[in-house]
Structures are given as structure tokens and as C-alpha cells.
Ligand binder design. Structure first.
Ligand code: URA
Length: 333
């Protein structure tokens, strides 16, 4: 089949790019992110990755969010070659992860977007090379996607579909760039996330930020959300009905963000998103599919924090994602 883009394809892509750029400008103006350090910032990232260079000395609580947080465990990519893509799991596996408001105005009617076509066949080893053409983002403009995401966040704010609404003080929808090519999905916000309104605000979040920087991004370049949007009361586990109730929110959220790749963090997020009961030790490091988007499951940063030897597996998993996205660790490009 001739895959050469036609003039119409190129024109459509240009229009989409222009629309994305307009939306991003609006987004950055809205978040006050102008003037922050340039993307990539290899020096900063290298310093973060190398304890010997005294990295990771930025106050996490500061309003300026681009510098990486302090006093968090280092995520230093372990030495060694990158693994082959979708290779069978290595023999020496780590120990398994422990078992893991106001009424919303009616949304303006908008035509439903056509479902994005699968970008890769499901559950087959995938090529390491990133697609030559930018991923199709569907017929909805970036501005429209951001508008609908804001409406969805509003809807989630008033949701009473499961028990978790009873104790919550606020919902935790997402953080980062809603037009990102890469999305991380965790399980549920905790007390710190509820207090700040941002996913992964606590200690595991600091480690996640280091992982993101090690991949060659800034924390705000990627999109981060959770399976459920309400805090899980201390000492409790997510129940299947909590996950079921929130699933449509996540499905719509991911469809609107339309990342090229998703990384699921830990057992609960991975099993919940993929609808499987396979253990994370089997799932991690192997490409899966969610509604046409390739998913790379890996360990949860909280687990890596408790079990630092799991960093190697996580880094191997993230390298598979980087290979597809054409990303190099900071300083390696
Ligand atoms: N763990 C998660 O999975 N999500 C958060 O937002 C925080 C901790």
C-alpha cells in the first residue's frame, strides 16, 4: 500500500499543528508557564540523575514547578544496554509488587469524534522506531480537546457515582500537558494529592518526576492522571466498583488527550486500565493496547521507592517507550 502522504494529508496535518500551537499558547498563558527553563535542559537533568553532581536540590513546594523536587530518591538510570523491544521478561525478576460540588452546566452539544484507528496491532512485538508521521489526533482540534477536558474535569468534580465521593474534599483530575504525546496513569490520589489537587504530589510523585526527566522530558511536558479521581481513604484498597464507576471518565480523558503512548504505573492501574488480572511482574515491560493506544506497564514509583532494585526494570520499560518516541536521556542526544 502507498503510504506517501498526499497534499490533503499534509494540509490537514499543518492545520492540526497550527491548532495545537494556538491551544498550547493559550494553555501556557493560562498556567503562567512562559519563561521557564527550556525543554530538555540537559544540564539540569544530568545533575538530577547524578548524585555525585549534587542533583535534586530544588524545593518541591516552590510555586515554580519546572525544577525537579528535592529530598526525593534519585532515579538514576542503571548502567547496561537497552533491552530489545518487547523481549520476553528477563529471568531475574524482582520480587512481586505487594498485592496490591457545584452542579455542572450542561455541556454544549458537540459531534462525537470518530474513534481513532488502532496505531499498532494489539499484543504484537512492535518496531522500536517511532512512527515517521505524527500520530493522528482524530478530527477534534486541540482547542476543542482542551475545552472538552475542562468540561470533563467539571463533571468529575460533581460525580457521586461511587463511595469515594463521600469523604473527598476535592477531585484530582490530572497534571501536566493535556496535549502530550505521553501519558502516565496511576491508581488513585492519596491525602497529599487531594490537598494539592494534583496527581503524584507526594514522595512517589517526586520519583515519578525523576523518571520523567530521565526520559528526556520535563515533568510538565507529559500528562499524568489516575484510574480514579477521588482520594482513597487511608489503609483502604480500591474496589472493583470504584474502578468501574470511574472508568468512563478515564476513557473519555484518554481519548481527549490522545497520547501516542501510555505508561501504567503499578498493579492496580495496569490491571484496571487493561481489564486483566495478570500480575504486574508478567505485564511490565511488554506492550499492550488500550483502545488503539500502545501501553507500557511498569512498576509503581511507590514500589520502586521501597524496592530500589526495581529501578532497573522500570528503566528498561521506559527505554522501550523512549525508543518509540525517539527520545534520548538528557545529554545523550
Ligand atoms: N499514587 C498514585 O497512583 N497516584 C497518585 O496520584 C498518587 C500516588
Amino acid at each position: 500500500m502507498d503510504e506517501t502522504p498526499t497534499l490533503d494529508d499534509l494540509r490537514e496535518e499543518l492545520l492540526e499543528l497550527a491548532s495545537s500551537a494556538r491551544a498550547l499558547v493559550g494553555w501556557y498563558e493560562g498556567t503562567g508557564a512562559w519563561g521557564l527553563p527550556a525543554e530538555g535542559d540537559a544540564e539540569e537533568a544530568l545533575a538530577l540523575l547524578s548524585p555525585s553532581r549534587g542533583g535534586g536540590s530544588v524545593d518541591r513546594g516552590a510555586p515554580e514547578r519546572r525544577p525537579a523536587p528535592a529530598a526525593a530518591p534519585q532515579f538514576r538510570p542503571p548502567p547496561g544496554p537497552a533491552p530489545a523491544p518487547a523481549a520476553p521478561p528477563p529471568a531475574a525478576r524482582p520480587v512481586a509488587e505487594p498485592a496490591a460540588a457545584a452542579p455542572r452546566p450542561a455541556p454544549a452539544p458537540v459531534p462525537a469524534p470518530a474513534p481513532a484507528p488502532p496505531r499498532f496491532p494489539a499484543d504484537r512485538p512492535q518496531p522500536v522506531i517511532a512512527p515517521a508521521r505524527p500520530a493522528a489526533r482524530g478530527p477534534v482540534s486541540a482547542e476543542e480537546r482542551m475545552h472538552r477536558l475542562a468540561m470533563l474535569a467539571d463533571e468529575v468534580r460533581g460525580c457521586t457515582k461511587c463511595r469515594l465521593c463521600q469523604a473527598r474534599t476535592q477531585t484530582v483530575f490530572a497534571r501536566g500537558n493535556p496535549l502530550s504525546e505521553l501519558c502516565f496513569v496511576g491508581d488513585a490520589p492519596g491525602a497529599e494529592e487531594e490537598a494539592t489537587g494534583e496527581p503524584f504530589a507526594g514522595e512517589p510523585g517526586a520519583l515519578l518526576d525523576r523518571m520523567i526527566v530521565a526520559m528526556g522530558y520535563h515533568r510538565d511536558d507529559v500528562y499524568v492522571c489516575n484510574l480514579v479521581k477521588c482520594r482513597l481513604p487511608d489503609g483502604q484498597k480500591l474496589r472493583p466498583d470504584d474502578i468501574e464507576a470511574c472508568k468512563p471518565h478515564l476513557a473519555e480523558q484518554l481519548q481527549l488527550v490522545s497520547p501516542r503512548y501510555i505508561v501504567t504505573l503499578g498493579t492496580v492501574a495496569t490491571q484496571g486500565l487493561l481489564g486483566t488480572t495478570e500480575p504486574i511482574t508478567k505485564l511490565r515491560g511488554t506492550w499492550k493496547m488500550y483502545k488503539g493506544t500502545p501501553v507500557m506497564p511498569t512498576f509503581h514509583p511507590a514500589y520502586v521507592h521501597r524496592q530500589p532494585s526495581a529501578k532497573r526494570e522500570v528503566w528498561n520499560d521506559l527505554q522501550q517507550v523512549m525508543a518509540r518516541l525517539g527520545k534520548a536521556p538528557p545529554g545523550k542526544s
